[in-house]
Design a binder for this molecule. Structure first.
Ligand SMILES: *Cc1c(COP(=O)(O)O)cnc(C)c1O
Length: 372
């Protein structure tokens, strides 16, 4: 027995399960790291934009100094790009940080947080770490059920997390439904709209969600440079909310939460429309490539709105292992209550093709697999 007086709600946390790193798989199976493809963490398969790499090289020279605690240049760039005042912006060490800041500012024992079944794991973690109660609303056909989420709100609820699109399901709530939801949410409840995949939304699904933060002082938008902008390893994201809420987040923020290299890279990436456009195009093409083959194989999948697809393979743990043996890493999602499904990130065309070839072998090697 340890003498440490751990908080019971901290001891009860089930740690986040990240995608398996390439080097770890290489060691386990004696594979060449360069032969492994990782489609497990929704990273941009094109890697970092060159514009960001140039900005980073320059910023590295200044690493003897602390970063700008206020992120002046990046906030200014975001402010003009998104047409919001600088005072509305919170920078985060990844958007994960923004999600945590909301929890840190608003959740505590005696308060509760609403999120959806099958939604992003960080919401449960952030809630639990503050000793707040999680009120999990049932999903509807794997998507958020906004009516159920509204009904789940209690008197002590301080935060609602909506992942739009959601990870790991890829589902997306239409703009009008989100607006209806916000119009009905009590004023004391902060709704965090997690838009990590915003830049991947197909054109017909896009809306200017910044307007929601303009209309509602209890809305926080969360966005990231980790996905479409290709900067996952740098850890930089941002939140958008009116000043009263932004100032609260700022009180619990570490003073130097976003490092200088990340800030410089994000400024460059934000201006790099060509990189973003090509990433979007490649992702749509890759989605179609995977979807067509899943269809041909008779596998059910969720038509996703991010840069990944959720596919039903039956005995997912076995299929996952059989893919690993072939040097292909995808994401099992049993911990999301989806034991028959795998989540696969859209890769480069060649990576998608290799995954599909390996999948056919894996399905064959896992005979218990139930085709949908
Ligand atoms: C990837 C992801 C994030 C967080 O990514 P960061 O790298 O921390 O910005 C947040 N929400 C969802 C739904 C995600 O999938």
């Amino acid at each position: 027995m340890s003498a440490i007086s751990a908080l019971p709600y901290v001891s009860a946390i089930a740690p986040y399960q990240a995608g398996k790193p390439i080097d770890e798989l290489a060691r386990e199976f004696g594979l060449e790291p360069s032969s492994i493809i990782k489609l497990a963490s929704n990273e941009n398969p094109r890697g970092m934009p060159e514009s960001a790499q140039r900005a980073m090289a320059a910023a590295v020279q200044e690493l003897g100094r602390y970063p700008d605690s206020n992120g002046f240049a990046l906030k200014k760039a975001l402010s003009s790009k998104l047409d919001v005042p600088v005072e509305w912006i919170t920078l985060g060490n990844g958007s994960n940080d923004i999600l945590e800041l909301a929890a840190g500012a608003l959740l505590a024992p005696g308060r509760s947080c609403v999120f959806s079944q099958h939604s992003f794991a960080v919401y449960a973690l952030a809630t639990q770490a503050r000793g707040a109660r999680a009120l999990v609303a049932s999903a509807k056909e794997l998507a958020h059920d906004l009516d159920a989420m509204l009904a789940a709100i209690e008197a002590d609820t301080a935060v609602v997390y909506i992942a739009n699109p959601n990870n790991p399901t890829g589902t997306h709530q239409a703009a009008r439904d989100v607006e209806d939801f916000l119009a009905r949410v009590p004023a004391h409840v902060v709704t965090v709209i997690d838009e990590a995949y915003n830049e991947y939304l197909p054109l017909e699904r896009r809306s200017n969600s910044v307007l929601l933060a303009r209309e509602y002082s209890n809305v926080l938008l969360s966005r990231t440079f980790s996905k479409a902008y290709g900067l996952a390893g740098l850890r930089v994201g941002y939140g958008l909310a009116q000043p009263q809420l932004t100032e609260l987040l700022n009180r619990v923020r570490q003073p130097f939460n976003v490092n200088a290299v990340a800030q410089a890279a994000a400024v460059a990436a934000l201006e790099d429309d060509a990189f973003l456009d090509e990433s979007y195009r490649l992702n749509r093409a890759g989605m179609a490539q995977l979807g067509e083959e899943f269809h041909a194989l008779g596998l059910a999948f969720v038509p996703g709105f991010g840069n990944f697809l959720l596919v039903k393979v039956g005995a997912a743990a076995r299929v996952y292992e059989a893919l690993l043996k072939q040097g292909v890493i995808v994401r099992p999602v049993a911990n999301y209550g989806l034991p028959e499904w795998l989540r696969v990130t859209v890769g480069l065309e060649t990576e998608n093709a290799r995954f599909l070839t390996a999948l056919k072998v894996a399905l064959h090697a896992a005979p218990e697999t139930a085709r949908a």
